[in-house]
Ligand binder design. Structure first.
Ligand code: AMP
Ligand code: ZN
Ligand code: FE
Ligand code: FE
Length: 283
């Protein structure tokens, strides 16, 4: 029996383009039997579909927590199986969502100063109500205005992490995110840590310091990791006996990533669910 487990997906409760229900239908079509909805800084999508999941599919509660190092590097921390009512974690994600609005206003301001015809209202028009706002929505607004043709082009020309328009989002440090996730009974897995094509990445030394801080695992199987980056990470996993996950990072039409294109091994999933104490329904 093969298990198809995709532990990294997004809905339009953050910057994916499918509603959570559409995502659920596509998961069924893709013959995935377990998936985590890991919207940026939000569990709103999980709340919408948790009671609608058909038999044969398991929905894992998750989130991709935005973090920033003291050197202003962006880090994404996946949390799985935490308590959805843990106040500290939920409050922190709510605060980050609020900060993302101010940050968006500043990025748009920089674009305007450069003479680009875009407003915050244009961006808000692309965000579903209550969703976590991010650069992909700004990209969508640029598409609608005819400035670019697709999200990828917007990132290449204006929105990438090394761009003069880029501003990191104000969010907890990775160490804080690990603590918040684990104190909520969850499991903390760093997302695509060595994906160098996205921009500046953390060093191996820093990653090892996060392991000291309680990091449970590493998302290795992700399209943005090269073979060499996967090998480096596998060496760390062996040295420190860490968990390994994989996921598609599916964003609907917003990215080429296809559901199930990267998967998590069943044995790794079993370790995650054994370790978690926050959300134990169905365990
Ligand atoms: P933000 O959360 O505002 O920092 O934006 C980061 C999001 O943009 C991540 O979810 C990425 O998946 C998405 N992203 C980054 N690069 C691209 C790209 N080239 N095309 C589409 N989406 C991208
Ligand atoms: Zn995203
Ligand atoms: Fe990410
Ligand atoms: Fe993601």
């Amino acid at each position: 029996m093969s298990a198809r487990i995709d532990l990294h997906t997004h809905s339009n409760e953050s910057d994916g383009t499918d509603t959570p229900l559409e995502l659920l239908n596509k998961v069924a079509e893709a013959e995935i039997d377990r998936f985590a909805l890991t919207d940026h800084d939000s569990i709103a999508g999980w709340q919408q579909i948790k009671d609608l999941v058909p038999s044969g599919i398991e929905l894992v509660i998750g989130a991709e927590v935005s973090c920033q190092t003291v050197d202003a590097l962006s880090v994404h921390m996946l949390g799985f199986l935490f308590d959805p009512e843990n106040k500290a974690l939920i409050d922190s994600m709510n605060e980050t969502r609020g900060n993302r609005i101010t940050r968006m206003e500043r990025i748009v301001g920089r674009l305007q100063e450069a003479g680009i015809d875009i407003s915050v209202e244009d961006v808000y028009a692309e965000v579903s109500e209550g969703a976590t706002i991010g650069r992909p929505h700004l990209a969508d607004a640029m598409i609608r205005k005819g400035i670019v043709r697709e999200r990828g082009e917007a990132f290449e020309r204006f929105l990438h992490n090394r761009s003069k328009f880029y501003i990191p989002d104000a969010s907890p440090t990775p160490e804080e995110a690990i603590r918040l996730i684990k104190e909520a009974g969850g499991v903390a897995v760093i997302a695509h840590p060595f994906a160098s094509l996205r921009g500046r990445i953390i060093s191996s030394d820093y990653l090892e310091s996060l392991i000291d801080a309680g990091l449970d695992g590493i998302e290795i199987h992700h399209r943005d990791h090269s073979e060499g980056e996967r090998d480096q990470l596998l060496a760390l996993v062996r040295r420190y006996a860490l968990l390994v996950t994989g996921g598609s990072d599916y964003h609907g039409k917003g990215k080429v990533n296809r559901l199930g294109e990267n998967l998590t091994e069943l044995s790794q999933w079993e370790k995650i669910s054994e370790r978690a104490t926050g959300y134990t329904k169905g365990a």
